[in-house]
Design a binder for this molecule. Structure first.
Ligand code: BEZ
Length: 411
């Protein structure tokens, strides 16, 4: 478990008497003995003191690189803004969640109750996110999700204080289903890990394909984060399908694409995968991924001034190429910036802060991005092809795609 605390800018000096905020009340409840001295509604807090941001991300395991890129790009945006957002310095606390769903609630509580962060930015794994959501909803802590696509976060469990800078699992997979059907494939199989992100991706792929006249005849899974794909790969040729959809990411995706090619399937059964399979993995894959078609809300070769500037700055900071995870980390910081700038750093203006984030119109490296009423990104899903070690854009599969946000009532 990593726990590095780093101040990005020097502490500002001003202090003032505040009305009780979510954090001061929680703090007050946790430290009841001190309340009589201060008076319940006259708690002294340094409004100019750094805003505490907890980064709850995987820094170990199969998704470690994803967490690192989200972090580097989040810090990049803050550095580009001169170390403050809305005039407020930030203090960052990093916590390695190990992509372990069992520890999700405990880790989130640790940030909220012990470290008393104002904002949590996390996480990557959908199962871990589910445990964080409950704590976020109960405590009212601002939560910005920079990757995990679990539909519930912007569906049945949506909340005024929960925002996503990434995607819902349904979105890229829905785009891939349409890409597969548009290519003329009629019978499809889907392979993935057996957890929320995999299941929701399979459902999105099936819907996208069905709407264009194709059908998914079989979904095959392996437990997360296992990388023994042989039993699944061995079944594919016997299914009578003409293409295969897939969701894997990080280290597991590298193994999957290598094994798919080694099993002789690459030329027989075209793979049309959510772009996480090849994003951030092409260095490790070498030429094995050449020609693969994927769908995602980011691509190489977008060649816009915003994306070109972002990629150059990220490369200079991190010493490696940007990928979709970096974009999502950058946009998590952009959303926080929009909110803090609207309230001039006064984090206690909760309603105004939430309202500003909800109506953000970002000039994202991915292209234009707004949030749906359930606080999920509305963005393009690109068709991409792997060429010369890049996920080159090859058209827009679905323009300005919004997640349906099923079950969301924002109360
Ligand atoms: C997820 O668990 O939601 C997820 C993990 C890695 C990449 C994409 C989605």
């Amino acid at each position: 478990m990593t726990d590095n605390t780093k101040a990005l800018a020097p502490k500002a000096k001003a202090t003032r008497i505040l009305r009780p905020s979510r954090r001061t009340v929680l703090t007050g409840l946790g430290a009841a003995a001190t309340l009589p001295l201060l008076g319940r509604f006259n708690i002294v807090r340094a409004q100019g003191s750094p805003l505490k941001v907890g980064l709850m991300l995987p820094y170990s395991g199969t998704f470690a690189q994803l967490g690192e890129n989200i972090t580097a790009a989040f810090e990049l945006l803050i550095a580009q803004k001169g170390g403050t957002l809305g005039g407020r310095a930030l203090e960052i606390i990093k916590l390695d969640d190990e992509s372990n769903p069992a520890k999700g609630p405990e880790n989130m509580k640790r940030l909220v109750d012990r470290d008393m962060v104002d904002v949590v930015v996390g996480t990557v794994h959908s199962g871990v996110l589910m445990g964080m959501l409950q704590v976020a909803r109960e405590s009212g802590t601002l939560l910005i999700i920079p990757n995990a696509g679990a539909g519930a976060a912007t569906g049945a469990q949506c909340a005024p204080n929960v925002f996503r800078s990434s995607f819902s699992n349904w979105q890229p997979a829905y785009g891939c289903g349409r890409i597969a059907a548009d290519a003329g494939y009629k019978k499809l199989a889907y392979v993935t890990w057996d957890y929320a992100a995999g299941k929701e991706s399979a459902a999105g792929f099936e819907q996208g394909a069905k709407e264009k006249g194709a059908e998914v005849v079989q979904v095959l899974t392996v437990p997360f984060p296992e990388t023994n794909f042989q039993p699944v790969l061995a079944q594919l040729p016997g299914l009578g399908v003409d293409a295969v959809g897939a969701f894997y990411a990080g280290g597991g995706a590298v193994q999957f694409v290598k094994d798919y090619a080694a099993a002789g399937l690459k030329d027989k059964l075209p793979l049309i995968a959510s772009g996480f399979v090849t994003d951030g993995t092409l260095g490790a894959l070498g030429g094995v991924a050449d020609g693969l078609v994927t769908g995602l809300h980011y691509a190489d070769g977008l060649d816009t001034p915003t994306d070109n500037a972002f990629r150059a700055a990220f490369k200079e900071k991190a010493g490696r190429e940007a990928d979709v995870y970096a974009v999502q980390g950058y946009d998590a910081a952009q959303l926080l910036a929009v909110g803090l700038e609207a309230v001039q750093g006064d984090f206690d203006q909760t309603d105004a802060l939430h309202k500003a984030i909800a109506s953000a119109k970002l000039d994202s490296p991915r292209g234009p991005m707004t949030l749906s009423p359930s606080h999920n990104p509305v963005h393009n899903i690109y068709r991409r092809v792997v060429r010369d070690g890049k996920n080159m854009v090859d058209g827009v599969a679905v323009e300005a795609l919004a997640d349906p946000g099923v079950g969301c009532t924002m109360t």
